[in-house]
Design a protein. Structure first.
Length: 357
């Protein structure tokens, strides 16, 4: 890709105090695409405590589209958005861009999401390409962005074993969550902070088209479903899942729990849940399912205590713990299991951010 003009974009990062930092480049393409603009946002710098603070600052504030989003990402976005706006003005460029491509990895992916959303709000033909990005906003933001971007304008790539893409969980949601997700195979046996690195968790991207990536992404769920639930037999699938060799943070077990919970929610008639309606998109992890069950369907799940206990036991197995004998399935127990799992994933996500080079 030929770049015509670079502008170094300065922004601020941090949880409690602002630290000035370069956050990317804006470029005009050449040749037949000379009316297209590229906005590239950098990922987290592990050497900057302010970047890590930005990633973890998950309070909610009003974002550029009017909905509530992640405070840390919004603060950084607001610190440089005027520079982008000034560059895109017709009096600066001499024309209105025919397309604006927003791209980024990790923290840069979250910023690319906001860059694209803001450009779309201003009436530009915006595209978003995010790699290993955490969630940016809550459901209203995700639904608003979904109306602005169709599948031809949305490309979210995530490794199924990358913990950063799993946080923050529901009610934070990938935007858009209905389409545009390209889920890579975990590539390793366990959920691992190293899978957040481009050279580890995302090296399989090399040389593949979007169509190939989409086919592989869609095929993962179908293959797992055929393996775990032959003939759509729920009981056999749960037995297989619980008989898997115990491996701390097993990526295969986590995907199996993800699928088994979806089957259970379908069985109990919880099709109104987002994690059921849009399960095939790959945007909802086990963390999201547990959280939404707690928020919206806890009572229904308790009515199926035996099946829910099987999921709880599998989560404990994933965490390297024993489920123990439980006389009754309660919302409090589900909440405890969720908190354990979320703490573990958040810890791994923090390690992943620190390991970036």
């Amino acid at each position: 890709m030929h770049l015509h003009k670079f502008i170094y974009s300065l922004g601020t990062a941090g949880m409690f105090s602002d630290v000035q930092s370069g956050f990317g480049f804006i470029a005009r393409l050449k040749g037949a695409r000379s009316r297209e603009i590229l906005i590239a946002s950098r990922g987290t710098d592990p050497g900057r405590a302010s970047d890590i603070g930005t990633d973890l600052n998950a309070l909610l504030v009003q974002g550029p589209t009017g909905q509530r989003i992640h405070k840390g990402f919004n603060s950084t976005f607001k610190s440089y958005v005027q520079q982008i706006d000034a560059f895109l003005k017709p009096q600066t460029l001499g024309f209105k861009p025919s397309a604006i491509h927003c791209v980024g990895h990790s923290l840069g992916g979250a910023l690319a999401n906001l860059n694209a959303a803001a450009c779309a709000e201003l009436g530009y033909n915006a595209y978003m390409y995010t790699l290993a990005a955490p969630r940016v906003g809550t459901l209203p933001y995700a639904e608003h962005v979904s109306k602005k971007f169709n599948s031809a304008h949305t490309y979210r790539i995530a490794n199924a074993s990358d913990p950063v893409t799993m946080v923050s969980c529901y009610p934070f949601i990938h935007a858009p969550y209905q389409r545009g997700t390209y889920l890579l195979n975990g590539g390793t046996l366990i959920v691992n902070p190293a899978n957040h690195l481009l050279g580890v968790g995302y090296q399989s991207l090399s040389g593949k088209s979007w169509a190939q990536l989409k086919a592989e992404s869609d095929g993962q769920i179908k293959l797992l479903e055929q393996t775990l639930f032959p003939g759509n037999n729920f009981g056999i699938g749960v037995d297989k899942m619980l008989s898997m060799p115990v491996m701390h943070f097993s990526a295969t077990l986590l995907r199996s729990i993800n699928l088994a919970i979806n089957k259970l929610l379908q069985k109990i008639g919880a099709q109104n849940l987002m994690c059921v309606n849009h399960f095939s998109t790959g945007a909802f992890t086990t963390l999201d399912q547990l959280a939404e069950m707690l928020v919206r369907a806890a009572t229904a799940c308790i009515d199926h205590a035996k099946e829910v206990y099987s999921m709880y036991a599998a989560v404990m197995q994933f965490l390297g713990r024993k489920a123990g004998n439980v006389t009754g399935m309660t919302v409090a127990l589900l909440r405890w299991a969720f908190n354990l799992m979320y703490s573990s994933m958040l810890g791994m996500a923090s390690l992943a951010i620190k390991r970036l080079q």
